[in-house]
Design a protein around this ligand. Structure first.
Ligand code: 2RA
Length: 329
């Protein structure tokens, strides 16, 4: 497969290259792409050096697949141009996620919707992916009525500037700010920008994308997204009300049998998911599974995942693997 990685020198792009190597994706030719300031830089893939190129050169090389992680504006301008020449685009930005003509895919849940007609495929937001990975099998069994989710999001979701801000704060250095406030010893209830309804875009992604991926607009979702000074992954406290009652042991059994989900849930020995241990892994980890006695048919869960891997890079590459395996490219 001739594959282009658009944003190859960014945090997610670097993880994409790592995951392509780890999963031995059939790359016949790699085209690492970045902005003009990075053209000519050298990256290493499978112990071979590659020169970073610009978008014009990349499109002239006619890749079969182009995985984008370069921001919404680049995706809006370039994804259609690559699709026009027959490239299948998998886009990690929010640009195409809510487009009615585009698929929003978590392979374990809805890859079956993909066809050869899908030339621009949207990768969901990291905090959505980890939540629906756990909720999709439970929705199938008990039908979700309402979700209340609070997220505790890693600074890595914001990017290099945020990681640098925390490093500077820890070192007592005044530097460039990725956030309006210090992040060290803080929790900032402000991920992405605010919308007119008082929610942030990050919170509304959880609402809108969950309904699209689970294909059910009757699911009520409300979210609070908070940035915290961790680097290993996003954590989420999820309260879910079902239409139907459930049995806790059956819930655990369903989750244990779900590909890509690992149950870590034994309070007797302090076993529960934490980003420090999820970091670098592809599974979504779930624990603190307990009935919410304050209302019928309701469950509390704690969900943790590496937002750069299953929340971004790995999910895009699993989509590419599905396309190759099902001859959709
Ligand atoms: C964040 N999910 O964590 C967003 C984008 N990666 O900031």
């Amino acid at each position: 497969m001739k594959i282009a990685i658009i944003g190859a020198t960014g945090m997610v792009g670097e993880v994409m290259l790592k995951v392509l190597e780890e999963r031995n994706f059939p790359v016949s030719e790699l085209i690492p792409v970045a902005s003009s300031k990075s053209i000519g830089k050298e990256i290493t893939f499978k112990n071979k050096p590659y020169k970073v190129v610009g978008l014009e050169e990349a499109i002239s090389l006619q890749p079969q697949i182009a995985i984008f992680s370069a921001g919404g504006n680049t995706s809006l301008e370039w994804a259609p141009r690559f699709a026009e020449i027959g490239t299948t685009v998998i886009d990690n930005s929010s640009a195409w996620r809510m487009d009615l003509e585009k698929q929003l895919i978590v392979p374990e849940i809805n890859a079956h919707r993909l066809t050869t007609q899908d030339k621009i495929i949207a990768n969901p937001n990291c905090s959505t992916i980890q939540m629906v990975m756990v909720l999709a099998p439970l929705h199938k069994k008990y039908k979700i009525k309402r979700i209340v989710v609070s997220t505790y999001q890693s600074i890595s979701g914001t990017g290099v500037k945020a990681v640098k801000q925390l490093e500077n704060e820890l070192a007592g250095i005044k530097g460039e700010m990725a956030y309006p406030y210090p992040i060290h010893q803080n929790a900032i209830p402000h991920c992405d920008v605010f919308e007119s309804n008082g929610y942030t875009k990050e919170e509304m992604k959880l609402v809108r994308e969950t309904q699209k991926i689970l294909d059910d607009k009757t699911i009520a979702v409300t979210a609070t997204a908070v940035r915290i000074p961790t680097s290993g992954g996003h954590s989420e406290a999820v309260n879910v009300e079902f239409e139907n009652d459930f049995d806790l042991s059956e819930v655990r059994q369903i989750l244990n049998q779900t590909d890509g989900v690992t149950v870590q849930d034994n309070i007797d020995v302090n076993t529960y998911p934490m980003p420090i241990y999820a970091h670098g892994k592809d599974d979504v980890f779930v624990g603190r599974i307990r009935r919410d006695g304050s209302q019928p048919n309701s469950l509390n869960l704690w969900v943790v995942s590496d937002n750069l891997r299953k929340g971004a890079a790995t999910n895009t590459i699993q989509i590419a693997e599905y396309l190759v395996a099902h001859n959709l490219i």
